[in-house]
Ligand binder design. Structure first.
Ligand SMILES: Cc1cc2nc3c(=O)[nH]c(=O)nc-3n(C[C@H](O)[C@H](O)[C@H](O)COP(=O)(O)OP(=O)(O)OC[C@H]3O[C@@H](n4cnc5c(N)ncnc54)[C@H](O)[C@@H]3O)c2cc1C
Length: 263
């Protein structure tokens, strides 16, 4: 595993609680729209074992051609050790990146794409939308729906409705209106629905989408295949891919809406 050490180049205060850390691009570091990385702070690998308190999964909120790696995160007053260390870092501080992977590439299947996000979950979608603006091939339309009860909405200059670009966007500050709107969007039985937020947010959105007849294969989650199984009912395409390990060792047990995979 290659660890890329780099420096913080700029810190943007997006809102009172949300910051974007722009990092220098290390040589050979590559990513694509929707990628996440392991973002680690100095000292994470100085002991016998890696200190997990100094490592977090983070989406990369920029595209490679912006020539900077963006990490956007909310830092509340009462926060974890990771965030309190991060909050005190300045431009020039060293940070590390490793194991970068994409679960949510933009699906170009001549369909409408719906991006459902909670708070800073919008950061995962920023590069998807920028990629779409640059190349709209094989996507009918993108609609973004973001809920943030703080009302300090993020990236409003990018997530600005642009009907000429076949892009629309809504920011909502309360759950009732949000889930009403998700139901409306799910009237499109052929759409592709990306969902990014807390686990509780994923469960509630999936429930609403499934009730409206949206199939698991139409739902994209920023989760590894095995984690995805905990959120979505049996998805044969995923089981088939798991089969590359040994399908006979996999026992799938359905418990209400949950699936537990035992190997
Ligand atoms: C694929 C993927 C991509 C992700 N992308 C992003 C991203 O782009 N941006 C992002 O911000 N997050 C992202 N996350 C989530 C991220 O990894 C963290 O889980 C999240 O930011 C919370 O960070 P934290 O654990 O440091 O807790 P905090 O955000 O600091 O706190 C979360 C809550 O726990 C409480 N809390 C924290 N520590 C303590 C403590 N010691 N005692 C008591 N209460 C405590 C806080 O008060 C707060 O309510 C992603 C996760 C995944 C899996």
């Amino acid at each position: 595993m290659k660890i890329y050490w780099t420096k913080i180049n700029e810190i943007i205060e997006e809102t009172p609680e949300v910051k974007t850390y722009l990092l220098d691009c290390p040589k050979d570091f590559t990513w694509e729209e929707g990628s996440f990385t392991h973002f680690a702070l100095e000292g994470f690998n100085s002991g016998d074992k890696p200190n997990r308190e100094l490592v977090r999964h983070m989406s990369i909120s920029t595209l490679p051609h912006e020539d900077t790696i963006g990490i956007t995160t909310r830092i509340r007053e009462n926060c974890s050790e990771f965030k309190s260390v991060l909050r005190n870092l300045d431009v020039g501080s060293n940070v590390a990146l490793f194991k970068t992977y994409t679960n949510v590439p933009l699906r170009r299947e001549d369909k409408n794409v719906y991006l459902l996000s909670q708070g800073v979950g919008l950061a995962t979608f920023r590069p998807l939308v920028l990629d779409y603006f640059e190349r709209a091939d094989n996507i009918k339309h993108i609609h973004s729906l973001n809920i943030d009860s703080s009302k300090d909405f993020l990236f409003t200059h990018i997530f600005d409705p642009a009907p000429d670009k076949k892009f629309t966007s809504q920011f909502i500050d309360n759950r009732q209106d949000y889930y009403e709107e998700v139901k409306n969007l799910a009237a499109d039985k052929d759409g592709i629905f990306y969902v990014v937020g807390s686990d509780e947010f994923l469960v509630q959105n999936i429930d609403v989408l499934r009730e409206q007849g949206i199939k698991p294969e139409q739902i994209m989650l920023d989760k590894h295949e095995q984690e995805r199984l905990e959120f979505l009912p049996v998805d044969l395409s995923i089981l088939a891919r798991l089969g590359k390990y040994n399908i006979r060792l996999i026992c799938v047990k359905m418990e209400q809406n949950k699936i537990i995979v035992n190997r």
